[in-house]
Design a binder for this molecule. Structure first.
Ligand code: GBH
Length: 484
């Protein structure tokens, strides 16, 4: 674990808080004029989520938002990141489809109440919940021109109606939308080459690459609109949030593993960040994927290159990476590598959590902050998600479950690693939003896996209870941020 940083080393204007996403918390799936999203359809399809759970009710934040804001205030949060449900504001999603004023009003009231409470809103436009109608009409992300035009219209509507928002995130984790939705099919819309899993079609060798390209181009167009017409007046910023975990070579003495670890970082992070900072996909991806990877037109390069006011970083864990001696499969999305929580020497990344993919590694966070900073020339970084689940937390009854020391220790480790990266490595990280403000619908894992600093009692009216970790996040930042 990273040692504690005792002194206030983070600048006065460093901002911290908590994050959530619409489909994971709102519920009220059929209320207020909301249309269905691909996550409604997917979660209502048998076998797609744990115990067939859906976001129909979730944390019921659509009704309990005043309580949520009071709790955020109680936690001392300076910022709150949430996402807008596209199909709540445009139920069918398209640029010529009717607007749902009731849905817009919900977000206007919410943002105004946050601001009144002194909490800065960070608004994500798209956290995976594509309006179902756009999937039905033209297969959503697979139709670049239609998707881009519809997304830009949706984003513009919100720039118009929420001029008080100064922190915009276009897309949350395009890698997840692309790979989980169109390559492995574990997330909505669940497409992949396996017809037993995806009878409606799918091609795991190509579709995720097409979806990823659409997301990048939509991001570029949206940022241009924001910069041309809104940015100056609002004094705001816009960027994209990318997921990415740290990768160490399985055998640091083997140059093929060293290269494999770098390639894995490129296949997960640089896939999206290179086009945004350099104007093209990484060479390693072009080499492995050939013509299956789309190319950027000149106009697209102009739109996408330089399109981040900040780098939104979602980060959770670390892996060891081993090269493969066999040629890559056509549906490979990893960069022809194997990942593991153990290295050749038998060292382990960290202890188990409830999420099979997640083990704590604060040092990995510091390493990745440095990797990103060096590769992209020290961009301003906002950590838009970081947090952990706890092994078997769902089996612990109230009130013991509120004593989440494992999560508290995760936050201590990661927040101090961030402080070191800022103070000792010159990393320009300026915000930190813990995932998550409260336990919520953890996608395909349903409600079994909890990530909240707030316990949500799904058996008793979604009642909220602060966990220990909510206090620890605050303690860390109150010590680390300079007072003047
Ligand atoms: C975030 O993604 C999401 O933004 C958030 O909505 C979610 O609740 C939170 O994490 C916690 O899960 O083994 O191939 O299925 C985190 C990034 C990347 C983590 C994909 C899980 C699974 C890879 N995710 N990863 S796989």
């Amino acid at each position: 674990m990273a040692a504690r940083v005792e002194n206030a080393v983070l600048p006065k204007d460093f901002i911290w808080g908590f994050a959530t996403a619409s489909y994971q918390i709102e519920g009220a799936a059929n209320e207020g004029g909301r249309g269905p999203s691909i996550w409604d359809t997917f979660s209502h399809t048998p076998t797609k989520t744990a115990d067939g759970k859906t976001g129909d009710v979730a944390c019921d934040s659509y009704h309990r938002w005043r309580e949520d804001i009071a709790l955020l205030k109680q936690y001392g949060a300076q910022a709150y990141r949430f996402s807008i449900s596209w199909s709540r504001v445009i139920p069918l999603g398209g640029r010529n489809d009717p607007i749902n004023e009731e849905g817009i009003q919900f977000y206007v009231d919410f943002v105004n109440a946050l601001l009144e409470a002194g909490i800065t809103p960070f608004v994500t436009l798209f956290h995976w919940d594509l309006p179902q109608a756009l999937h039905d009409r033209y297969l959503g992300l697979l139709n670049k021109d239609e998707f881009v035009a519809d997304f830009v219209r949706y984003a513009t509507l919100l720039f118009d109606r929420l001029p008080m928002v100064k922190n915009w995130i276009t897309f949350n984790e395009p890698w997840c939308s692309a790979v989980l939705g169109y390559n492995v099919g574990l997330h909505a819309p669940g497409r992949c080459s396996d017809r037993t899993k995806s009878p409606q079609g799918g091609d795991s060798t190509r579709e995720h690459l097409i979806a990823g390209h659409s997301l990048l181009v939509a991001h570029g167009h949206t940022v241009k609109v924001y910069r041309d017409k809104y940015k100056e007046k609002a004094g705001g910023e816009i960027g994209i949030t990318l997921n990415g975990d740290w990768m160490d070579p399985w055998d640091p003495e083997d140059p093929r593993d060293v290269e494999a670890a770098e390639r894995k970082l490129e296949f997960s992070i640089a896939w999206f960040a290179d086009p945004i900072y350099f104007g093209d996909y990484p060479a390693s991806m072009r080499k492995q994927l050939g013509e299956r990877l789309p190319t950027f037109t000149e106009e697209e390069v102009k739109l996408v290159k330089g399109s981040n006011d900040f780098y939104g970083m979602n980060h959770y864990t670390a892996n060891y990476v081993k090269h493969k001696d066999t040629p890559p499969d056509d549906d490979d999305h990893l960069g022809n590598v194997e990942t593991s929580f153990y290295n050749k020497a038998g060292d382990c990344v960290g202890p188990e959590t409830q999420s099979v993919w997640l083990r704590p590694s604060p040092v990995g966070f510091r390493n990745l902050l440095n990797w990103l900073s060096k590769r992209y020339n020290y961009p301003k970084i906002y950590v838009t998600e970081n947090g952990t689940s706890l092994k078997n937390e769902n089996d612990i009854p109230l009130p013991d479950v509120l004593n989440d020391e494992f999560r508290a220790e995760y936050f201590r480790g990661y927040i101090n690693a961030l402080a070191r990266a800022h103070n000792e490595d010159g990393v320009n990280v300026m915000a930190y939003l813990a995932w998550s403000f409260m336990d919520n619908f953890e996608w395909a894992e349903g409600y079994e896996t909890r990530f909240g600093v707030t316990y949500v009692d799904y058996e008793d009216n979604q009642k909220r209870y602060p966990k220990l970790s909510s206090k620890v996040v605050r303690e860390e930042f109150e010590r680390l941020i300079k007072k003047d």
